[in-house]
Design a protein around this ligand. Structure first.
Ligand SMILES: Nc1ncnc2c1ncn2[C@@H]1O[C@H](COP(=O)(O)OP(=O)(O)O)[C@@H](O)[C@H]1O
Ligand SMILES: [Mg+2]
Length: 219
């Protein structure tokens, strides 16, 4: 699903150059659940954002779901992102003025799915994540755990093969974190490939494999 070779990324600021990724290489097979661990500032989010095509890398090679990312036009990158990748963030990143239903609907609108199909699909996914009774509510009316389940529903509904999660349990208590991992395993059982950044060893243990990153390098 993911094949990256010698990925490098610098941030250039007014007064210095930060080498955030110093040549990172690894593969992730389809259906694998991989955790990425490392200290704060080690480059985990940078790596995830590059893999998620949310940010550009400076050097190295990246093959996503059989397609070479190097040399793609902006239009091709947007398509590759839309058809392959769903993100789950630490702070949920739901749209405040959209209902739960509308939040989950966003990826389906992007795919031009018809109303009736969208409705069926959203209700089915909401059922799986135990948020069916909140579809008309707004994110601020929900607990953190419930909001993150909406974010998972949004990732699930799009049916994209790759789920990227950046500290998805970072804002949740232990009970909600454990519950969330069970929902991520649900995605894995649907054959999704999952790449999850976490600080928490207990959460990383739900994965098939842990990659450790230190100062922009895999260790
Ligand atoms: N937009 C940015 N501009 C400048 N430096 C950045 C930016 N984003 C991240 N960095 C730096 O890059 C390094 C890696 O950051 P990050 O990938 O966010 O680490 P992590 O997610 O592991 O905490 C850090 O030194 C951080 O300060
Ligand atoms: Mg981070």
């Amino acid at each position: 699903m993911i094949k990256i070779t010698n990925l490098k990324k610098n941030y250039i600021t007014k007064d210095c150059v930060v080498e955030a990724l110093k040549g990172v290489s690894f593969d992730v097979k389809p259906g694998e659940f991989v955790a990425i661990m490392g200290e704060s500032g080690s480059g985990k989010s940078t790596l995830l954002n590059c893999i998620g095509l949310m940010d550009f890398f400076d050097d190295g090679e990246y093959e996503l779901n059989g397609s070479k990312i190097n040399g793609m036009t902006t239009k091709q990158l947007n398509l590759a992102r839309r058809n392959n990748i769903s993100f789950i963030f630490q702070n949920y990143e739901l749209m405040r003025n959209y209902s739960v239903y509308e939040n989950i609907e966003v990826p389906l609108l992007a795919k031009n799915m018809k109303f009736k199909l969208r409705k069926n699909r959203i209700e089915e996914v909401a059922e799986k994540l135990n948020i069916a009774e909140y579809l008309k509510n707004y994110p601020y009316q929900l607990s953190g755990g419930q909001q993150q389940r909406v974010a998972i529903a949004r990732a699930m509904v799009s049916d994209n093969p790759l789920i990227l999660a950046d500290e998805p349990t970072g804002a949740l208590d232990r009970k909600n974190s454990t519950a969330l991992m069970e929902y991520l395993l649900l995605l894995k059982n649907m054959n999704k490939t999952i790449l999850m950044v976490t600080h928490d060893k207990n959460m990383a243990e739900y994965s098939d494999r842990i990659i450790y990153i230190e100062d922009g390098k895999i260790v």
